[in-house]
Design a binder for this molecule. Structure first.
Ligand code: SF4
Ligand code: SF3
Length: 553
């Protein structure tokens, strides 16, 4: 196996024996094979579009296939085998459609060259062997490999966000078309410039996709608003929901209403507490625990059923006792967990099994008491715009520091807690994603009633932070977004953060700090391009970085 898609990759170069995340070789290889098959689907999908016969019947499959390979999403080999089998059937159907369309148009059979991804086929028993030859290292040239993987990794993040929007009925064909274009491009020998252009196009598509998801979420559930989220527990048994899928959240809240079962969020589902459509449920008690990697302890002490709607699901320890209370849904998979099937067309997922089990469970064990404040997505912040602008003009706010992104296990992430705690009192931290759990329970105070940590929501709500920055640029009459009193100190872990990063680069933000390490998938040559063009920097020490950011560097 070879996998280097996340921040915790071994030695920051690649996991080769077993993932640091726990991903076994067989799973890693099957994920590679799935991506390979999706490339084949993309080759024909793109060709059919060129012939004026676009086929959208595989759009969901492509999004969900990419999404399933995200770090900590799906651990089930049998699910990946099924997806590869289904992918081959879909690809061959497209192939037949393409060959027929080509012949009809040109009066002769297609005789062009096709990549292996478009032609290879094999029985299920051959998957494991084939998978070994189609992975990341099958691209020999270091910079080409790096650029292709930067693109594919970014696509995985975009696919996750596009899938969330699609679940709520929001789609844009340009996003689905780009998935095919980008995947197919990785089967061709492109120049470095062409590959860089494709990566930048992915950044643009990440913006489009996050904007679409923002529209989907806010149209369906209202605009997030300032909210005090309870982090204590109640007396009833509860169901804990984690991941990023708000539709699952909605259906779970509806189905638990009046049952005597409370609902709590974990990790990236915390921002569900900020939405008007969810806040109205009295049995929606609040948030339990911290970011994803605390789950091994927190799912134990929660005592009730846990539903994982997306990443991050951590493999259980031998001593873990909650497998029989673990439920997965959507692209998430884990052998031994109970899988909640997709909703029938026009219907809802059926969470009755969780509710029945919860009734026999103890209430959650209290971890902490109190509340955290969030809900500062663009609509809420812009409602406070006068106050914010006045505070900047008066000098009460000197600088905004964007600390969005992911959390992770490494001790090096203490850096983010220390930066947050040591930033001058006249700074505001803008955040989104599970990175916030490194500092959202510190008492950092407020500036004239504006909390010093403004949480916009999930990682996809980093879009909100970009909207806020663009609005401030307009209000202050600046010609360049980089002239704002705004610095980036971003934490990344998985592939959605890469999509967000590409989006920010596309929007023209420069000089961002990225940590706790620069991505292992960036070859020295590609890292140099990013540094030279965008002034991306690794993090340094807390004191040096705070001083540099306060000086606008
Ligand atoms: Fe390694 Fe990260 Fe890949 Fe897991 S997802 S195998 S930790 S690089
Ligand atoms: Fe977190 Fe897994 Fe990325 Fe959506 S839940 S930010 S790491």
């Amino acid at each position: 196996m070879f996998c280097f898609q996340c921040q915790e990759t071994a030695k920051n170069t690649g996991c080769t024996i077993k993932g640091v995340c726990g991903k076994p070789e067989e799973t890693a290889n099957l994920q590679d094979l799935l991506i390979f098959v999706l490339r084949g689907v993309a080759v024909y999908g793109e060709k059919l579009k060129e012939l004026g016969q676009p086929d959208h019947s595989n759009d969901d499959f492509v999004l969900q296939g990419l999404f399933a390979t995200i770090t900590n999403a799906n651990w089930s080999n049998s699910r990946f085998v099924s997806m590869v089998e289904e992918g081959l059937v879909r690809r061959d159907k497209l192939k037949a459609a393409f060959l027929a369309a080509y012949k009809a148009k040109n009066g002769r059979d297609f005789d062009g060259v096709l990549p292996d991804a478009a032609t290879w086929t094999g029985a299920t028993s051959t998957f494991a062997e084939k998978a070994k030859s189609v992975g990341i290292l099958s691209t020999a040239h270091e910079d080409v490999r790096s650029l292709r993987e930067l693109l594919v990794i970014g696509l995985k993040g975009i696919a996750a966000y596009a899938d969330h929007a699609a679940v709520l009925g929001f789609r844009k064909s340009e996003i689905d078309d780009f998935m095919l274009e980008a995947l197919a491009s990785t089967t061709r020998d492109l120049s470095v410039d062409e590959m860089v252009a494709m990566v930048m196009k992915a950044g643009g598509m990440a913006v489009t996709t996050m904007a679409l998801l923002d529209e989907a979420n806010t149209t369906t559930y209202g605009h997030p608003e300032i909210t005090e989220v309870n982090i204590g527990v109640g007396k009833n048994p509860g169901i804990l929901i984690s991941g990023h899928d708000l539709k699952d959240m909605e259906e779970l809240l509806k189905q638990t209403e009046g049952t005597g079962i409370d609902v709590y969020t974990h990790g990236e589902m915390l921002p569900a507490n900020y939405y008007p459509a969810f806040k109205k449920y009295p049995h929606f008690v609040g948030n339990y625990g911290g970011s994803w990697w605390h789950q091994l302890e927190e799912f134990e002490s929660f005592n009730g059923p846990v539903l994982l709607t997306t990443n991050c699901l951590v493999p259980l320890r031998k001593s873990s006792t909650y497998l029989d209370r673990l439920y997965t849904t959507g692209v998430v998979g884990y052998d031994g967990s109970k899988y909640i099937a997709d909703r029938p067309s026009g219907g809802a997922k059926d969470f009755s099994a969780l509710i029945a089990q919860a009734k026999g469970c103890k209430p959650p064990t209290e971890l902490e008491k109190g509340a955290i404040v969030g809900g500062f997505a663009h609509n809420q912040v812009l409602a406070l715009a006068d106050k914010v602008v006045e505070a900047v003009k008066s000098g009460a706010i000197k600088r905004f520091i964007v600390m969005a992104g992911c959390d992770g296990r490494h001790n090096s992430r203490q850096y983010y807690t220390d930066v947050a705690a040591n930033l001058p009192q006249d700074t505001i931290i803008l955040t989104a994603g599970c990175a916030k759990f490194r500092y959202n329970k510190l008492q950092l105070g407020d500036i004239g009633g504006i909390p010093r940590v403004l949480d916009a929501g999930q990682c996809n709500d980093s879009y909100s932070l970009a909207v806020i920055a663009l609005k401030l640029k307009e209000v202050f009459g600046l010609d360049d977004i980089n002239k704002l009193p705004l610095s980036f100190d971003i934490a990344w872990y998985e592939q959605k953060a890469v999509a967000v990063l590409l989006a920010l680069l596309y929007l023209g933000f420069k000089g961002m700090r990225l940590g706790p390490t620069l991505p292992g998938f960036l070859s020295p040559g590609v890292a140099k391009v990013l540094v030279e063009n965008f002034d991306i920097k690794p993090i340094g020490t807390v004191d040096e970085d705070i001083a540099a950011m306060m000086a606008g560097r």
